[in-house]
Design a protein around this ligand. Sequence first.
Ligand code: NAD
Length: 418
Amino acid sequence: MTNPFNDSMERLRSVVVEAKKMKGITIKNETLKILQEAKRSLHVNFPVKTKKGTEIINGYRVQYNDALGPTKGGLRFHPEVDHDEVKALAFWMTLKNTLVNIPYGGGKGGITINPKEYSQDELEAISREFIRQIHTFIGPRKDIPAPDVYTNPQVMGWMMDEFNKIKGEHLPGVITGKPLSIGGSEGRSFSTAMGGYYVLQEAADQYDINPNKATVAIQGFGNAGMHLAHIAVKDGYKIVAVSDSQGAVYDENGLDVEKVIAQKKKTKTVKDFPGAKNITNEALLELDVDILVPAALANVITEKNAKKIKAKIILELANGPVTFEADKILHKNDVVVLPDILANAGGVTVSYYEWMQNLQGDYWDEKTILNKLNKKMKETFYTLHEDYVKRFDVDFRTAAYVHAILNIQQAMIDKGWI
Ligand code: NAD
């Protein structure tokens, strides 16, 4: 199986080689050296009493690089969480935050559990104990977690509450993606999908995709995937396939997205949606669609299936869905990949707005937030498109990496690290 950290480092080194061919761009050896190591990692193993007895729960928090500010990144609950996966995700956060020009370093965390095996009370106990274990490591000016795969505003609420109890202070800025009633932000719940959609609008414009004729397949029907379907269908896109961990459904005439959402809420799966065909998650990726949206887990498009991808545009709402080897094949086949650190940066951007609101104690309405998000995503898309993609004939991922690395490099030079 692909090791996500090794894969991400291989890609980083290859981008640096590519950057050497770009006139006027210099990435220093010291920059590469620093970016190949996670600055701080905390690995905890802690006991929690569950219905199975006393269990030892395994968790991580990685602060990858803090040249630009406090580290920031999500926390996931998943049985496959390990140190290398969290490091890769924290590295991507490092690039993502600076790519959209927000003053954060990159971090990430995770707990190695299958949340579906636990009751809400058990998940609360695990969440609170995890914070007791890592509370000295995080803080509003140090490292700020947020939701990710299988964590949600409720989990963020428990975690913030536990942190505040330990500190004896009200510090809502320690965590983002909270419920609105306790310092969450308007728009945060669908910001990842919304940010991705703003990027897609510009890409569709540049690559002659007509929303009223375009077809879309979405892998993963959680926070990112479900909201994307809901937003895109309203603008005329035809969502022909969606999936979750249990399988995919396909209807060439377009799915009734609102009904699929209602079914997912009721039965916990999109499978067996009336009138649609059940297909596998693998088959969904290979459908003949205009736009493919991986919105579940990493490494789903690899050198094995990259040749079979027929989509014109891949919008990476998931982190790391396309491997390094697959990227090369897709580029050769003229598939435009809008990379994770651009396509899903809307989530962390609105997290940043949430944090700013928490620190100021002043709250903004949804329209203000979405206008700011739209402007940021569009500006970032055009910076990459004009200054790198068109100028140097590179793919969007190379463009995004080079732009982000140059920003971090400048901060590290100015801080005297290099
Ligand atoms: P989520 O837990 O809300 O949803 C995940 C979805 O993926 C679920 O529908 C689940 O059934 C599905 N899934 C799980 N395993 C699968 C498999 N093997 N095949 C197909 N589907 C599978 O998580 P989310 O927050 O929507 O995150 C999805 C992706 O987006 C992750 O890669 C995450 O890192 C990334 N992301 C999320 C945010 C955010 O704000 N939520 C921000 C940036 C990036």
